[in-house]
Design a protein around this ligand. Structure first.
Ligand SMILES: [Zn+2]
Length: 403
């Protein structure tokens, strides 16, 4: 098996298609923003925060999001959003990432002082300024930097998640919790479609995030139908805390182009309802369906290890079977701060723990670019992907990597 050096991993053009803005701040920026806004954090220095909230491992998927209450609290201003978006792109570029697709739930960040459009404009401007600066500075023969934004609806929230959700819940006091969740999701879908139609903000997709267990994708079917009419792309967090049926819902009910995590895709023991097929056949057919449509799985290794206590070693991660089944997969960080990771770390982990040939690695890289929700017209996307792969080949040759 060919060894891939850290220098090679760093140099090759990469994507991060699954990275949460509010989970990926620099820790120093979080502390600084909190101080400026007069918001108190559970600790005032990096070591303290790492000990209390941004840990190396979490007890479960429920403990993992605790830190988001702090990060979203400091992000509710245009300056803060601009800054973290700009820094996120710069930190990624320093690792050789050429394209990021940044996601977040706008309704967690909106307030009376900050409208949906202002949130989106601030993030877009931060990413845009970083991209333009990077493109001006890069050598001419290297591929261009670019970005997209994905808006996340929440599978679950309560009134205390944000000022917006508080107001929304208060205004719908006669609605059930499910109706409130579906309603806020549909409102976001409308906002996203209008933003896409009337601005040049690089909004490219819609996502469903948050607690999966007990909060089915079907509550968001109307939202996904609406964003499809607006020609936006669709991804769904699925199979992270729930089994194959959740992934089935994402790809059939919500017509997802990509799946966030997909960790439990092969877990027949997590099938709860009865189906036409026996569990083994159900999973085989589902995997085939996903493979044939090139529905891409956004794999987040570190994050899954941290939130899934049953997953004892990385070698047991379903990424192995995804590779065996020739699925379209891309490596992502999920949350750089909350998971204490980076894209180069994720590649190192993947290459050290799974049988990945030079050919496989190039495919994984290519899927990231090809299956991105690239904002610009398709001919431009084709030329850009071609330039990325040519550049990859040059680097592979330079580093003596043989396919
Ligand atoms: Zn995620």
């Amino acid at each position: 098996m060919q060894h891939f050096t850290d220098e090679f991993i760093q140099a090759i053009p990469k994507t991060d298609l699954h990275v949460h803005l509010d989970g990926s701040l620099r820790i120093s920026t979080l502390i600084d923003l909190a101080a400026r806004a007069g918001i108190s954090l559970p600790a005032t220095d990096e070591a303290g925060l790492r000990k209390l909230i941004f840990k190396d491992s979490y007890r479960n998927l429920e403990e993992y999001p605790a830190g988001f209450a702090d990060t979203t609290a400091v992000l509710r201003s245009r300056d803060a959003l601009y800054r973290v978006a700009y820094e996120l792109f710069m930190d990624n570029a320093a690792e050789g990432v050429r394209y990021i697709e940044v996601r977040f739930a706008p309704q967690l960040l909106m307030s009376e002082q900050l409208s949906f459009q202002q949130v989106m404009e601030a993030v877009d401007q931060g990413l845009r300024d970083a991209r333009d600066e990077l493109n001006r500075q890069k050598p001419r023969d290297e591929p261009e930097y670019d970005y997209g934004i994905i808006a996340c609806a929440m599978r679950f929230f309560t009134a205390d998640f944000s000022p917006y959700y508080r107001d929304y819940s208060r205004m719908h006091e006669f609605s059930s919790p499910t109706e409130i969740i579906s309603g806020a999701s549909l409102e976001l879908a409308k906002a996203v479609v209008q933003l896409r139609a009337h601005t040049s903000i690089q909004i490219v997709g819609f996502d469903l995030a948050g607690a999966e267990y007990g909060y089915p994708a079907s509550d968001h079917q109307a939202s996904y139908e609406l964003v499809e009419k607006g020609f936006l792309h669709k991804t769904v967090h699925a199979g992270e805390a729930f089994g194959p049926e959740s992934i089935f819902q994402a790809v059939t009910k919500l017509q997802a182009d990509r799946i966030g995590h997909g960790l439990h895709l092969f877990d027949t023991n997590l099938i709860h309802s009865s189906h036409e097929q026996d569990p083994e056949t159900y999973v085989t057919e589902l995997v085939n369906y996903i493979a044939n449509r090139r529905i891409t799985v956004e794999v987040c290794l570190t994050s899954n290890m941290q939130t899934t206590p049953d997953l004892k070693t990385l070698a047991d991660h379903s990424f192995r079977r995804m590779l065996e089944q020739k699925l379209s997969v891309t490596l992502c960080t999920d949350n750089r701060l909350v998971s204490n990771t980076s894209i180069c770390k994720e590649y190192r982990l993947a290459l050290d723990n799974f049988p990945i040939s030079p050919h496989d690695l190039k495919n994984i890289i290519a899927y990231g670019f090809k299956r991105s929700f690239y904002y610009h017209p398709y001919p431009q996307k084709r030329a850009w992907v071609r330039s990325v792969l040519n550049y990859y080949d040059q680097l592979a040759q330079k580093f003596g990597i043989k396919e």
